[in-house]
Design a protein around this ligand. Structure first.
Ligand code: WTA
Length: 644
């Protein structure tokens, strides 16, 4: 079947920052004369001491290291704020759209944002924060979340944002893992008219993690919350007493900027560490070129700041580029299915960057919900987080974008810092469902199970053959795990965990995870995490979790549960287990289906055969493959008979 091709529109080919010839040139240059190319690119940042060295990385075990711009000195918040003040002090840096559309947006110029961040930095210092300390942010989508991130960067503290939808247990684990000494939170969050008990969750988390000395509490809703005067600090009271001057701390390019926990195929979530120079360069460069960003345009990334997409494309990339970034507190379907498009209209959004799962859920509400809002300001559309099905792609293109706006389907990961395989809208013809071509400096390869490089049109596992500036540097506190997770499967290469096809035109098509990570509504979830939560329940003996195709979420969570001897399966217990997982991890981990199973299919060495469980969850029971190596092949018949 011939792929659909959407050629670069004529005006984009003419006016875009990068056209097809420019793309080819720069891509070649970024690989052939990499060090010189990257030192030139580093010039887009404002350095205290400019670097004289670019890449000093090796993926080999003997001299394993990821290092960029190692002798450069800079400060991220100075790059995102101070350097814009000379010419863009009154330009709008941040537009905040509140949960309730009847309330007024809050708008901050670069000068105002600078003052807010300095003040926040002084409050952190007063609470005892020092360079290198870890500070956990557990916040709603309010402007103060961006202030807090930049304030940490300003004083050289390392932020670790924990998504506000995570439970107290999940929060506690992430606080303890990096020994945070300060938590920044709010009294409550608001989402779709409902309250989220953030402060209460922090209190519960701190019953089980003991490194925290101070909790800074923002007054977001004004709701009554417990307050411990010995430990807790009201932000507004502290901020009223500090100055709005705070000199940025000069940081080495390789000093840590943030930790962000993400799910892997095994064990507990990993603290992905990003550093100062390379990360900021990658966020800034990709934001400008992937989105063809022009000063004055409103850029809206709809992710939560609790995910990497929010870090790179709400805060660091746009602000490094002097852009106007929009932050939305609420949910896209509240008060009704037109909310997203009303926001586009209200703030004259030029670029919308969102997740396929959101598009699928809005698509089913019908076109009228879109058409009621004026979308003439839109120039470019983007997606991230999971493969986009061509049907949703076409709806986004034809209905949302009125056929005018190219779509940049950006493939990347928490680990990569920013976009890696992505269209450039003025340079690359689009194919719905394909992330298209590698960005500058990115050298993807497709390998088979043995690591053999596959050439031409092919399918296999996606690896990246050389280091790029935005690459994560380590797993917090476990460098060995970093090497083992990403560099030991295919020697000398970074393994992404994704499957990928390359077509005859050299376009890349991500086919989904090949490990035990599932992608639920664009959120990464380790099957092992959900399993650990289930087996903590007193009635559960064993659990196995797999993903299955889900119309809206992309993948849903299917859990097989074996109860302890003497326990009876029942509907109330099923509900209890779902609620249990919600409480243990958070609503995003709630199983969509739970099947009670007297036994799980295991090999004679005791390994669960997930391949079989996946097939049954998918409803594909006719091709279960060879089950003869199972310790007890008869369990499969029971599983098939009692499928949900
Ligand atoms: C998946 C999100 C297909 C992929 C930035 C990856 C995608 C995981 C795409 C990372 C895309 C992300 N097409 N799949 N455009 N973008 N993915 O760490 O499986 O939350 O490995 O980072 O999402 O998820 P993460």
């Amino acid at each position: 079947m011939a792929d659909d091709i959407y050629p670069v529109p004529a005006e984009w080919a003419r006016d875009a920052l990068v056209d097809a010839a420019g793309h080819a040139d720069q891509y070649r240059s970024s690989l052939d004369r990499a060090d010189a190319y990257w030192l030139e690119q580093a010039g887009r940042l404002d350095w205290v001491t400019p670097p004289t060295r670019a890449c000093e990385s090796s993926f080999d075990e003997a001299d394993f290291a990821i290092r960029w711009f190692g002798d450069g000195v800079l400060n991220v918040s100075a790059n995102c704020l101070d350097r814009h003040l000379a010419e863009r002090a009154d330009a709008i840096a941040l537009i905040w759209e509140p949960d309730d559309p009847a309330e007024a947006p809050r708008i901050f110029t670069y000068a105002e944002l600078h003052a807010e961040v300095c003040r926040f930095a002084n409050v952190l210092k007063q609470a005892g924060a020092r360079r290198g300390d870890r500070i956990t942010l557990y916040l709603p989508m309010i402007p103060e979340a961006a202030f807090a991130m930049l304030a940490c960067a300003r004083i050289g503290a390392i932020h670790s944002i924990v998504f506000g939808g995570f439970s107290p247990d999940a929060l506690a684990g992430r606080i303890t893992d990096c020994d945070s000494t300060i938590v920044v939170t709010a009294d409550e969050g608001r989402r779709g008219g409902k309250r989220v008990p953030l402060k209460a969750n922090v209190d519960a988390a701190l019953d089980q993690s003991f490194s925290v000395k101070k909790v800074i509490v923002l007054r977001a809703t004004g709701g009554a919350v417990p307050f411990d005067p010995a430990r807790d600090i009201w932000y507004d009271e502290a901020a009223a007493k500090v100055s709005a001057d705070c000199a940025p701390e000069p940081m080495n390019a390789e000093d840590p900027l943030f930790i962000l926990y993400t799910s892997g195929s095994t064990g507990k979530p990993k603290g992905v560490l990003h550093t100062t120079g390379g990360y900021l360069l990658w966020a800034s460069l990709t934001h400008q070129f992937v989105f063809d960003y022009r000063p004055g345009e409103v850029f809206w990334c709809s992710a939560d700041i609790g995910w990497v997409t929010g870090h790179s494309y709400i805060v660091y990339g746009p602000l490094a580029n002097g852009a106007t970034t929009l932050m939305f507190e609420g949910v896209p379907t509240w008060p009704d299915a037109s909310r997203v498009w009303r926001i586009v209209e209200r703030h004259r959004v030029a670029t919308l960057f969102t997740a396929p799962t959101l598009l699928r859920s809005l698509m089913k509400e019908g076109d009228d919900a879109v058409l009621v809002a004026d979308r003439a300001s839109l120039r470019l559309l983007g997606t991230v987080g999971e493969p986009i099905n061509p049907e949703a792609w076409r709806w986004y293109h034809d209905v949302v974008g009125e056929g005018r706006c190219p779509i940049v389907d950006t493939w990347w990961q928490t680990e990569t810092g920013g976009a890696m395989i992505t269209p450039l809208p003025g340079a690359i013809d689009l194919k719905p469902g394909s992330a298209t071509k590698p960005f500058f400096g990115v050298e993807p390869q497709i390998v088979d199970a043995d690591g053999k490089i596959l050439e031409g049109a092919t399918e296999g596992n996606l690896v990246i053959a050389r280091s790029w500036p935005g690459q994560m540097r380590t797993v917090w506190g476990d460098h060995e795990r970093f090497f083992q997770t990403y560099f030991s499967t295919y020697r000398g290469k970074y393994f992404t965990g994704d499957g990928c096809r390359r077509d005859e035109d050299g376009y890349y098509w991500i086919t989904g995870r090949v490990d035990d990570v599932i992608n639920v509504s664009g959120h990464r979830m380790g099957t092992a995490e959900v399993e650990s939560a289930l087996v903590l329940h007193p009635k559960v003996a064993e659990a196995a979790v797999v993903g299955f195709p889900h119309d809206i979420k992309g993948q849903g969570i299917y859990a097989y549960v074996t109860l302890n001897a003497g326990e009876e399966s029942s509907e109330p217990l099923r509900k209890e287990l779902r609620d249990w997982v919600r409480t243990e991890i958070g609503p995003i981990a709630t199983p969509d289906a739970i099947q009670f199973a007297p036994g799980l299919p295991k090999t004679r060495s005791g390994k669960i055969m997930r391949r079989i469980l996946r097939k049954i969850a998918e409803g594909d029971v006719s091709s279960l493959g060879d089950t003869s190596t199972l310790a007890d092949p008869s369990v499969v018949d029971d599983l098939v008979a009692n499928r949900n």
